[in-house]
Design a protein around this ligand. Structure first.
Ligand code: COI
Length: 362
C-alpha cells in the first residue's frame, strides 16, 4: 500500500455549495476541493504521494510537457449507489492503459497500486462531490506530464502524476442522436503512431477535423484509417458499434483494434454485455462504403459511439463530402438504449455485476 500524506483543505466549499453543484454539474466545469499528486524523478522514483487542496501550480515556461507533449491521461467515473456507497468501474483497466500510454510516450509507468490508491484516496476525501441518480457521476481524471525544465528533445527525467475529479452530468443528451462527419482530409492515427495511447497530442490533432465537422453542421467526426482512407476507426475520442438486423436476431460489430484505435474500457465491456444480452458481438473491419450501403439496405439499423464520458451516444446521421444518410429513423435505437441501460445499471448498482467489474471506493 502506498503511504499517503494527507493535507486536508480547511477552506473547501460548504456542504450547501457542494449540494448545489452536484445537483446540476454540467461536464468538467467544477472540480472537487482536492487532488491526488505524486512526483517522479529518475533519481528518487515515485515520491511525495499526497492528497492536497486542488490548486493551480507554478509552471516554468520551459517545462518539457508544453514543448514536446509528453502528456497522458485517463477518464474514469465514480457512481453513488442507492445505499450511499461509491463504486468505480474496472479501474485496473484504466491503470494498465495508463501504463501502456506512458510506455509509448517514454514516460515512467506508475504501478497499478499507486494509480488505484491515488484514485481511492481522492474519492474518499471528496466523497461529498459524488452525485447520485440518473446520468450523474464523479468524473475522475488521472493525468501525467513531463515537469522537467529544459529544451533538449529527449524523455524528461521528472514527471508529475495528478488525479483531479469533477462532478458531471451527461456528456451528450442521451435522448438525442448525434450527427457525424466522415473526415477524409485528416486522420487521427497512423500505424506505428500513438493511436492506442491516451495522450494529449491525439486530442490536439483531432480538433481541426472536429471544427470541420461543426462547419458541416455535424456534432462529431468519424475517423478513417490513415493508409487506405477506407476503414472506419473511431468517432471523436470514442469507439463505435454497428447494430446489424433488429430484435433478438440482431448482431453487433465494432471495429477491431489494429493498433491505431483506443482500446476503450466501455468498448470492451459492451462486447461482453452484447453477448450476455444474446446479440452475437464481433470485432472486425467495416469500410465507409459498406457502412453507407448497409444503412441504405436496412442491414445496419443502429450506430452508436461509446466511451467513459458519454457511456453510449446514439448516432442518427452520417455525412461526408459526397453522401448524407440517416441511420434508421434518425433517433436513438432500441438496442443502443438497451445496452446503455444494461451498462449503467451495473455501474450504479441496480443490476448484478456477474463479471466482477465494479470496485468499491467508499
Ligand atoms: C471518455 O470517454 O472518457 C473520453 O475520453 C472523452 C473525454 C476526452 C472527455
Amino acid at each position: 500500500m502506498v503511504e499517503l500524506i494527507k493535507k486536508l483543505n480547511k477552506d473547501g466549499r460548504s456542504a450547501t455549495e457542494i449540494k448545489k453543484i452536484v445537483a446540476d454539474p454540467g461536464f468538467g466545469k467544477v472540480f472537487t476541493d482536492h487532488m491526488a499528486s505524486a512526483n517522479y524523478s529518475v533519481k528518487q522514483g515515485w515520491h511525495d504521494v499526497s492528497v492536497k487542496p486542488y490548486a493551480p501550480f507554478q509552471m516554468d515556461p520551459a517545462m518539457l510537457a508544453i514543448h514536446y507533449g509528453q502528456a497522458i491521461f485517463e477518464g474514469m467515473k465514480a457512481y453513488r449507489w442507492p445505499d450511499g456507497s461509491v463504486y468505480t468501474f474496472r479501474p485496473e483497466m484504466n491503470a494498465r492503459r495508463f501504463q501502456r500510454s506512458a510506455r509509448r510516450l517514454a514516460m515512467p509507468e506508475p504501478a497499478e497500486d499507486l494509480f488505484l490508491t491515488m484514485v481511492q484516496k481522492l474519492v474518499e476525501t471528496d466523497n461529498a462531490y459524488v452525485p447520485s441518480g440518473g446520468d450523474k457521476s464523479l468524473y475522475i481524471r488521472p493525468f501525467m506530464f513531463a515537469s522537467e525544465v529544459g529544451l533538449g528533445v529527449r524523455p524528461a527525467t521528472e514527471y508529475l502524476f495528478l488525479v483531479i475529479a469533477s462532478p458531471v452530468g451527461a456528456y451528450f443528451d442521451p435522448t438525442k442522436a448525434v450527427s457525424v462527419w466522415v473526415s477524409t482530409e485528416f486522420v487521427r492515427a497512423a500505424p506505428g503512431g500513438t493511436g492506442e495511447a491516451k495522450c494529449a497530442g491525439n486530442y490536439a490533432a483531432s480538433l481541426i477535423a472536429q471544427a470541420q465537422a461543426k462547419e458541416q453542421g455535424c456534432d462529431q467526426v468519424i475517423w478513417l484509417d490513415a493508409i487506405e482512407r477506407k476503414w472506419i476507426e473511431e468517432m471523436g475520442g470514442m469507439n463505435l458499434f454497428f447494430v446489424l438486423g433488429s430484435g433478438d436476431e440482431a448482431q453487433l460489430l465494432t471495429p477491431e483494434l489494429t493498433g491505431t484505435l483506443l482500446p476503450g474500457v466501455t468498448r470492451d465491456s459492451l462486447i461482453q454485455l452484447g453477448n450476455d444480452l444474446g446479440y452475437d458481438t464481433h470485432e472486425g473491419k467495416i469500410s465507409v462504403d459498406e457502412l453507407y450501403e448497409s444503412i441504405q439496405s436496412g442491414r445496419i439499423t443502429e450506430v452508436f459511439a461509446c466511451g467513459t464520458a458519454a457511456v453510449i451516444a446514439p448516432i442518427g446521421e452520417i455525412k461526408s463530402a459526397t453522401r448524407n444518410i440517416k441511420v434508421g429513423d434518425g433517433l436513438p435505437g432500441p438496442i443502443t438504449m438497451k445496452l446503455r441501460k444494461a451498462l449503467l445499471d451495473i455501474q450504479t448498482g441496480i443490476a448484478p455485476d456477474k463479471h466482477h467489474w465494479v470496485y468499491r471506493l467508499v
